[in-house]
Design a protein. Sequence first.
Length: 275
Amino acid sequence: MLKNFVTYDGVSIPPVGLGTWQSAPNDCYNAVRWALDAGYRHIDTAFAYGNEADVGRAVRDSGLPREQVFVTTKLPSDVKDEKGTEAHLVQSLRNLRMDYVDLYLIHAPWPWSDIGKDCTQGNIAAWGAMLELQLSGLVRCCGVSNFLPSDILPLLDATGVMPAVNQIRFFVGNTQRECTFFCQENGILVEAYSPLATGNILDNGVLAQVAQRYNVTVAQLCIAYCLHKGTLPLPKSVNQQRIRQNIDVDIALSDGDVALLDGLEGIGPYRKLRS
Ligand code: A2P
């Protein structure tokens, strides 16, 4: 049985989360309902995805107590000040119709429209505001997304508090080794978004061969690989059968197969997020 992850500040996070990036609102509602029926207890959304309301409605309609579902949302990447951070969290809570979120992340170190821009001061301001929101009980746990070590260290210098989570793009062939190593060495939980490379590595021949050895699909293999690497996978699907499949991933990979998959670094699409 898969175990929950626990952040350095003691927050327990269910081991596979449903990703909802690129899930259209209605699809997202169904996906969250199916996921909760299938045993998921962790849903990842963001203000920028435009589907927070559907996530919230699906969680409510599931009948599960709120505290049994771990919900993450994210501060839009272009909001880099204290007031804006507070205001956006309030708006996200309204969208979700929830009293708190379990995890709140700075979506990216720079606006998506200006990738690579130095927003260090803005990130420090947003981070400080998030820590206040955590103290006030509106957020249980705080973190970042798409941050490199050089983006994280100034937050620590300014506030003395390390993010509990860094959610990064992580899949077989794109494991961001330096960033992952830095985070894990420093007790920051790495969450893997796009663990299936948004579907683009699922027809890889080597992966198909390895998956066959375990009698699982390539998608299940990719998700199990993330877990094996100590990262928390967030596979996205809006298909009920695939949603079910993606949580059935308690697969003990052999060291040899992990090494084989490690050697695939560079397969799949890799759009560099900065030069
Ligand atoms: P769909 O939503 O129709 O299931 P990632 O998690 O890396 O972003 O990948 C998401 C993509 O992979 C989506 O296109 C999704 O399509 C597809 N996908 C998700 N789970 C599976 C699966 N088990 N088998 C095949 N494709 C999948």
